[in-house]
Design a protein around this ligand. Structure first.
Ligand SMILES: [Zn+2]
Length: 266
């Protein structure tokens, strides 16, 4: 069964406060997308709810050059292949991921346990700078050279999108409205063990209209849109989700991190 397999990670409340200040310093425009959400601690059923202020976490408009460290002993060909797919965004945007043997700003793991660290996820944008140096900022559960090319396109490019500061496109109002709340609560409780608060935050709360790919309509084929199973939609039809960076994604990335910054833009 298809699941929303990616869940962007969040910092602890004290780390988040620092990350908020940092995000506004790095790109003052980040403050414009301020919103408050309810969060529960990841992987802990029924934990206490808390409110979190979320602002955009985009990098400077002058471009993104991030060092990448592999935390496990990933073979050279795999490291090269992962970097190649992360750098797919460079086709239109001023974005570069460069491997380092030292401590990277992006730190990639392939953990399949413990449960709350497994799966595919990334911290979002400038938040990666708030993660402890010895911890991953991006996880590609069990990726090897035997993983199909289609998964490198779908997953690695999607997680790199989070690292670039992009949110989930399926959180857009038009797509969230297709989801049947009752079905979703039951489905994610059974399959993910999420609390109703977590399901609200991860699946049922639309993001601000203009905060994502910059298009007015939601885009179900965006790389930042994950599959939504028919089991939780009102009409029983699945939302297919993006399989690769599409035209709109490329145009959006180019508008956020243009290869040539016009004079007078900060
Ligand atoms: Zn995601």
């Amino acid at each position: 069964m298809s699941l929303i397999t990616c869940r962007p990670r969040a910092l602890s409340p004290s780390e988040a406060a620092e990350a908020l200040r940092r995000a506004m310093l790095i790109n003052p425009a980040n403050a414009a997308a301020r919103r408050t959400v309810v969060r529960t601690p990841p992987g802990r059923r029924g934990g206490p709810r808390r409110l979190a202020v979320v602002i955009a976490r985009k990098w400077p408009v002058t471009g993104v050059k991030l060092t990448v460290q592999f935390l496990d002993n990933a073979p050279a060909d795999l490291r090269k292949r992962i970097l190649l797919h992360m750098n797919a965004w460079n086709k239109t945007a001023n974005v570069q991921f460069v491997e380092t043997r030292g401590t990277g700003q992006v730190r990639i793991a392939r953990l399949d346990s413990p449960e709350d660290m497994s799966g595919y996820w990334s911290y979002v944008g400038t938040e990666i700078l708030g993660v402890k140096d010895n911890e991953p900022t991006l996880n590609l559960d069990s990726f090897t050279m035997r993983t199909p090319e289609s998964e490198f396109k779908r997953v690695v490019r999607h997680e790199a999108g989070h690292t670039l500061g992009f949110d989930h496109e399926h959180m857009r109002g038009a797509l969230v409205r297709k989801i049947d709340r009752k079905k979703a609560l039951r489905f994610f409780d059974l399959t993910q063990g999420w609390t109703p608060e977590e399901i609200d935050e991860q699946v049922l709360t639309p993001l601000a209209a203009a905060s994502i790919m910059g298009t007015r309509e939601s885009d179900p084929t965006s790389i930042m849109c994950y599959q939504i199973p028919g089991a939780i939609t009102k009409d029983g039809k699945a939302i297919p989700g993006g399989r690769d960076i599409n035209k709109t994604d490329f145009a959006f990335a180019a508008s956020i991190y243009p290869k040539r910054v016009r004079r007078g833009r900060s």
